[in-house]
Design a protein around this ligand. Structure first.
Ligand SMILES: Nc1nc2c(c(=O)[nH]1)N[C@H]1C(S)=C(S)[C@@H](COP(=O)(O)OP(=O)(O)OC[C@H]3O[C@@H](n4cnc5c(N)ncnc54)[C@H](O)[C@@H]3O)O[C@H]1N2
Ligand code: MOO
Ligand SMILES: [Mg+2]
Length: 418
């Protein structure tokens, strides 16, 4: 009997996957390894930044009150009593009519409350002259102007990027508490699959999904264990899936999830006692995307068709993995774009079209990246976004406003909006 699958909406599928994510706890790692990880603790300013008043320019530290009345016709002169390079501090404070030569980043000496830029001075006897008054705090970098001690600067659950690393380094975090990162298992199923280095032979294709998924995980900094390729044989496939689940935190398989005679993933889930969350999503490509859970582990049964496989990963696997890692902004960022081509045929399923967005004088335009069936591989290579065409009874025409999901963005968003 032909199995009839009931499609669920994409938002519902995303919700189900996210509901079944289990964080793996916390670990402490060296700062140099923290890029791409998720903070398990907030960054709270341990001290003011900057931690002392400092000069933002190369010039002279002065008392602003000594500059009152300076003009072109009435140049005021200052006596230079010493020099302060960055990293040094003055021996003493300044008195009336005195100045320190000071460099960018150096601590302001006592009593000084303004800095005269080098370019604003003319050399004079024992020092320099100025032709304008300076107000208190002029050309001055104040202690705590960037961050104040005790301030919560970054929330726990935030992805660490190079700017976060700079902030952590500023506060002396040689080690950082981050969420543990899951290890992914990857298995490509299909009797038709050849290795990348193999010559083509009749009826066979090279495995492109396996290396693609490794790269999608690598882009997220997720370590993976590859279980290679497996021909469509139920017993052998079950054994390798079981082994992979035991050795990893979640498993991605590609292929074998539809209703073909050799699509064995549904039978494997059943044999292993995994609970299938869904096996049909109202989307194209990727309608056969199946997600199951076994214990606390997610099993992503991505479609064998390359575009469907890619899309299934971006929509479901990526946010789930970020959630497991404690990330609080796991979804692809999105924006509005003008549709660059007609899609007049209505579709009962929401379409995610591999597309290229670009900024033009007419605004952001998104155009399909080429052949866009679910078996397409060329358009995945060209696309930089997924163009979203919601299901319905009408088509879409060039010039309409549409949503696009950005691929490869380091920072995600907190809400699933589609
Ligand atoms: N009667 C029906 N047939 C199909 C349905 C359906 O609902 N009823 N769904 C179609 C849709 S939609 C898709 S998508 C595919 C999904 O198929 P599977 O996920 O079961 O994947 P396979 O059958 O194993 O392979 C599909 C396709 O992809 C190629 N493939 C597989 N693995 C790889 C790989 N690692 N690298 C590159 N290409 C791969 C494979 O050779 C097939 O051409 O089912 C439709 N059929
Ligand atoms: O799952 Mo299929 O990709 O909808 O074409
Ligand atoms: Mg199939």
């Amino acid at each position: 009997m032909v199995e009839m699958r009931k499609p669920i909406q994409v938002a519902e599928a995303v919700r189900l996957v996210m509901e079944h994510c289990h964080p793996l706890g916390v670990e402490t790692i060296p700062l140099e390894q923290a890029y791409g990880r998720v903070l398990a603790e907030p960054i709270i300013a341990k001290h003011d930044v900057p931690s002392f008043d400092r000069s933002p320019y190369d010039g002279f530290a002065v008392r602003s009150e000594d500059t009152i009345g300076a003009s072109g016709a009435n140049r005021i002169s200052f006596k230079v009593i010493g020099e302060i390079g960055a990293g040094h501090v003055a021996d003493r404070g300044i008195g009336q009519g005195e100045a320190y030569r000071i460099m960018t980043g150096a601590q302001i000496p006592e009593n000084a409350d303004a800095v005269v830029m080098l370019e604003q001075t003319v050399e004079g006897e024992n020092g320099f002259t100025i032709r304008k008054p300076f107000s208190p705090g002029e050309n001055f970098s104040f202690k705590g102007e960037d961050a104040q001690k005790g301030e919560v600067l970054i929330e726990a659950g935030t992805l660490v990027h190079p700017g976060t690393i700079a902030l952590l380094a500023t506060f002396g975090y040689a080690e950082v508490e981050v969420a543990r990162r899951p290890i992914a298992g990857i298995l490509s199923t299909g009797t038709e699959l050849l290795d990348v280095a193999d010559e083509l032979v009749p009826g066979k294709i090279r495995n492109s999904n396996g290396p693609m998924i490794v790269a999608q995980l690598t882009r997220m900094g997720i370590p993976c264990k590859s279980y290679g390729m497996q021909a469509d044989q139920l017993d052998a496939c079950t054994a390798i899936v079981e082994k992979a689940i035991a050795e990893t935190d979640f498993l991605i398989t590609t292929g074998g999830v539809s209703v073909g005679d050799y699509d064995y993933l549904p039978a494997i889930y059943e044999r292993l006692g995994a609970k299938v969350l869904f096996n049909k999503v109202a989307m194209r490509p990727g309608s056969v995307t199946t997600v199951a859970v076994l214990g606390e582990k997610l099993l992503f049964g991505l479609s064998g068709n390359p575009s469907a496989c890619f899309t299934g990963f971006e929509l479901f696997t990526r946010p789930a993995v970020l959630n497991i890692m404690g990330g609080t902004a796991p979804y692809m960022p999105h924006m509005k774009a003008v549709l660059g081509e007609d899609f007049t045929k209505p579709n009962p399923f929401t379409r995610f079209i591999r597309a290229v967005w670009e900024m033009t004088p007419e605004g952001i335009i998104a155009r399909p990246a080429g052949f866009n069936k679910s078996n397409a591989v060329s358009s995945i290579a060209r696309g930089n976004c997924l163009l979203v065409l919601p299901s319905g009874t009408r088509g879409y025409t060039k010039g309409m406003e549409v949503d696009i999901l950005l691929i490869g963005a380091e920072q995600g968003v907190k809400e699933w909006v589609l």
